[in-house]
Write a protein that binds this ligand. Structure first.
Ligand code: GAR
Length: 194
């Protein structure tokens, strides 16, 4: 049986991409087929190389003014698109080509602390400034708005007195790394694609 094929989009370090590549490295039914990035200097490209996963860098024009990325993903017979620290809004042509097959992860309990400009440390800073007693992660389907698609999974942690941004980020990352690969796998199963 042909393995189901995952495309990961990432703009930065790619620690989540790494966990997903690890999870599917020897998986009998699915594989990471390609890593795509808008940032030629993103560390995620190096991580993809380390796993011998091909990577592709694109620019804003390619992404928003052509069908090049859709064509590439179709040619590669991609079954699911996983955003992992990818910071650009997904254009209509890509959403239409992969309906309910694009998912994202966010380091907060959406709908709180989402939306344009809310990513990475900005999210953690806002959570801290508002003296929240808990935060968490959200994995959700992607639509044409930032952080607004249907929620697939949330998990949460307590914020203890004295927790700083680094600690909140660490707690988020632990949950992201634990859950994202498993959620991708479950979703592929539910889509009856594995
Ligand atoms: C992750 O924490 C992810 O939740 C966040 O970017 C980080 C990427 O880390 N995404 C967003 O904030 C999207 N709005 P990584 O490059 O180490 O996987």
């Amino acid at each position: 049986m042909l393995k189901k094929r995952i495309a990961i989009f990432a703009s930065g370090s790619g620690s989540n991409a790494q966990k997903i590549m690890e999870h599917f490295k020897k998986h009998p039914e699915a594989e990471v087929a390609i890593v795509l990035s808008n940032n030629p200097n993103a560390y995620v490209i190096q991580r993809a190389d380390n796993f011998e996963v091909p990577s592709h860098v694109f620019d804003r024009f390619d992404f928003y003014n052509t069908d090049n990325i859709v064509d590439l993903l179709r040619k590669m017979e991609i079954d699911i698109i996983v955003l992992a620290g990818f910071l650009w809004l997904i254009p209509e042509n890509l959403l239409n080509a992969f309906p309910n097959k694009i998912i994202n992860i966010h380091p907060a309990l959406l709908p709180k602390y989402g939306g344009k400009g809310m990513y990475g440390d900005r999210v953690h800073q806002a959570v801290l400034s508002n003296k929240e007693t808990e935060s968490g992660i959200t994995i959700h389907f992607v639509n044409a708005q930032f952080d607004e698609g249907e929620v697939i999974h949330q998990s949460r942690f307590r914020i203890e007195q004295g927790d700083d941004i680094e600690m909140i980020k660490f707690k988020c990352q632990q949950l992201e790394h634990l859950h994202y690969p498993r959620v991708v796998e479950n979703l592929l199963k539910k889509m009856k694609t594995i």
